[in-house]
Every structure is written in C-alpha cells, then in structure tokens.
Design a protein around this ligand. Structure first.
Ligand code: NAD
Length: 242
C-alpha cells in the first residue's frame, strides 16, 4: 500500500517506521516546509493519507484533504466541535474518512469497558464519576480527545450526568448533573486516562497508560489498511464494537 503522511512530527515519524515495517511504501511526507505538495497527492500515487498535524491546522486543510480522492485517516484531535459539519461534507462528496480520538487498541478496549460500566452504574446513584487524563507538556488541546470520548460515553450511559465540565471548575464546585474532567500537562507522559466512580464507601477505577507512542502508530496503520477498500465516514472506535 502507498501511504502519504500529512504532518511529519512525532507521530508521523513513528507511523512511517511502522508502515515500512509492515511492507508499505511512503509516497509523500508533508510538513510545514513542503505544504504545497499536498495538492500533488492523488489516487495515482497514494492509496491512503494519514494525517497527524495540529488542532488549529487540521480544520484549514480538511476541505483540500477530502477533495484529493484518497481515503484519509485522521489522528489529529481538538476539532470535534465541528464533527457534524465535517461528516456532512465527507458524505456529500462521497469521500472516505476515518478519525479516532485514540488509535491505541488498549484505549479502544477501555472505551468498550467504559460504556458497559456506565450502563451498570446508571442505577447506582451513590457513585459520582470523574475523568482524569495526563499528557506530555507539548500537547496543545485539553482535555484530550480521548478524555472527551470517555466523557461522552459516560454521559450517554448515566442519566444523572448531562454535561462535561472542566475549566468552569476553577471557579466553583461541580453541580450534580455535571461530569468533572481534569487534565495535567507535564514532562514526556505519553498518555494516561482514568475513569473513576467514587462513593462514601469505596471507589472503582478503570485506567489505560500508554508506555510509548507505538500503540497509536500501529493503530493508525491498521486503520489505513482497513480503510483502503471502504467509502464513507468512520470512527476507529466502531471497529471494536461487538
Ligand atoms: P507534532 O507537533 O510532533 O507533529 C505535528 C506536525 O505537523 C509537526 O511536524 C508540524 O510541523 C506539522 N504541521 C503543522 N502544520 C502543518 C501543515 N499545514 N501541513 C503539514 N504539516 C503541518 O505532534 P504529534 O505528537 O505528532 O501529534 C499530532 C496530533 O496528533 C496532535 O493533535 C495530537 O494530539 C494527536 N495525537 C493523536 C493520537 C491518536 O491516537 N488519535 C495519538 C497521538 C497524538
């Protein structure tokens, strides 16, 4: 398979190594210094594009990416407030697009456990949930896309929680219907996500800790392999649903 990388930073370089190891060829490596080459990507030279840039960059080149006629795997997070608008564009243009707030297989299993746990906790009113994530100091968005996915799964499963709150809590305590989401930025942490339920008598915690970026890179390449024969809009998470 011929893969073009858009964003050749920490993740782009790891994806290149894993893709080559799995027998794929890298067609283009696009970063800030050769952005104009994005227009040269086409089905004649690329089977799948893998995009890992920055939250403030991705929305600007989204239209161009989906107009190239090549399936796109997007790892960039921090744009999900525009998800409905972007989905409609992909469907209108009969393009192919997969996003994932987290391409690690372990986190996607955590997503499934989190959904089940929220359903089980729905009737257990004495437990109050919270979410916490930790990442390296370079991460631009917060809370992470993964924490937002975990929060939405809890909100979908628990009738007593209706809203995610984070920055508001700097000034006041959470209200009963609010799900508290906290985050820390420090050092070189690859990514740690925790969902906890606490009551007066005990607490129950599920957690995923990444030991390197390789898990995200492998998931992105597996996603590209899966996507090359598909059409439409996909969330990586769907692959793990029963
Ligand atoms: P990074 O800063 O190391 O790399 C991003 C690269 O994009 C940089 O080299 C930058 O120069 C380049 N870039 C900026 N503007 C560009 C443009 N217009 N065209 C092409 N390239 C451009 O960041 P990273 O650690 O590789 O992470 C990238 C993104 O992926 C972040 O949003 C991060 O949160 C996200 N991420 C997602 C997952 C996941 O599993 N979904 C995992 C890790 C990181």
């Amino acid at each position: 398979m011929r893969i073009s990388l858009v964003g050749y930073g920490r993740m782009g370089k790891i994806i290149e190594a894993i893709a080559v190891d799995r027998g794929h060829v890298i067609a283009f490596k696009i970063d800030l210094d050769n952005q104009e080459q994005l227009a040269e990507i086409s089905p004649a030279n690329t089977d799948v594009i893998i995009e890992f840039t920055h939250p403030e960059v991705f929305p600007h080149h989204f239209d161009q990416l989906i107009s190239l006629g090549v399936p796109v795997v997007c790892g960039t997070t921090g744009w999900y407030d525009r998800i409905d608008q972007f989905k409609q564009k992909v469907l209108d243009q009969h393009a192919t697009f997969m996003f994932g707030s987290n391409f690690s297989i372990g986190v996607n299993i955590l997503f499934q456990v989190n959904k089940l746990l929220a359903r089980l906790m729905n009737k257990q009113d004495s437990y109050d949930p919270y979410i916490e994530e930790r990442h390296h100091k370079y991460k631009k968005d917060g809370p992470s896309g993964t924490a937002v996915s975990l929060a939405n799964q809890v909100l979908n499963g628990l009738d007593r929680k209706t809203d995610l709150v984070h920055t508001q809590l700097h000034k006041r305590p959470p209200e009963a219907h609010e799900l508290s989401v906290g985050y820390i930025r420090a050092g070189e942490i690859f990514g740690t996500h925790t969902v906890a339920y606490t009551s007066e008598i005990d607490s129950l915690t599920i957690n995923h800790t990444a030991y390197s970026r390789n898990g995200f890179g492998l998931g992105a390449v597996v996603a590209a392999e899966w996507l090359q024969s598909k059409k439409g809009w996909y969330n990586f998470e769907e692959i793990f649903e029963d």
